[in-house]
Design a binder for this molecule. Structure first.
Ligand SMILES: [Zn+2]
Length: 167
């Protein structure tokens, strides 16, 4: 019951991911319909249900386009798991605020980069100019295309690709 289910709006736009229990609840109350099964069936005492992989809401809901959350994991993914100051690929990345927070630097996509511990230490609480450092790429918001936003779940659910492309 831990598998992720892709939820499409009535116009087929992918809007979020839920678990199977929630998806079955939406289907049983006729708020959503099965679009893709592919995982077999669940048997209960009295009946059996297809295990959904993709469902579609019966009525259009107002939902903002899904966004990549600003989390450590997503910052590292945007930066290709690479220190943005020296180019080292390391599992021990940290987050650096380009304009330090104590100078009013915001915690937002354009002001955070992945940095290895030694570059982060070297830069300290200073700006780029003060530290004499520069980054490999100007930090930007990552792609908001659905196949990037849902990429983590997509790798375990390849069948979603046709529903994510183009959004
Ligand atoms: Zn570094």
């Amino acid at each position: 019951m831990e598998n992720a289910v892709l939820v499409l709006n009535a116009n087929f736009e992918p809007i979020h991911v839920c678990n199977i229990k929630r998806a079955l609840g939406l289907m049983l109350t006729e708020k959503a319909a099965l679009v893709m099964n592919g995982r077999g069936v669940i048997h209960t005492t009295y009946s059996s249900y297809p295990i959904p992989s993709v469902i579609r809401l019966q009525r259009m809901v107002h939902a903002p386009h899904p966004k990549v959350p600003l989390t450590r994991r997503e910052i590292f993914r945007r930066d290709n798991y690479t220190c943005q100051y020296c180019g080292k690929v390391t599992p021990e990345l940290t987050i650096d605020h380009v304009i330090p927070r104590h100078m009013g630097g915001r915690h937002e996509w354009t002001n955070v980069v992945a940095a290895c511990p030694s570059c982060n230490h070297r830069k300290g609480g200073r700006t780029l100019i003060e530290s004499g450092m520069s980054y490999l790429h100007q930090p930007k918001s990552p792609s908001q295309a659905a196949n990037y936003v849902f990429a983590r779940q997509l790798s375990a659910n390849n069948e979603w690709i046709e529903f994510l492309s183009g959004w």
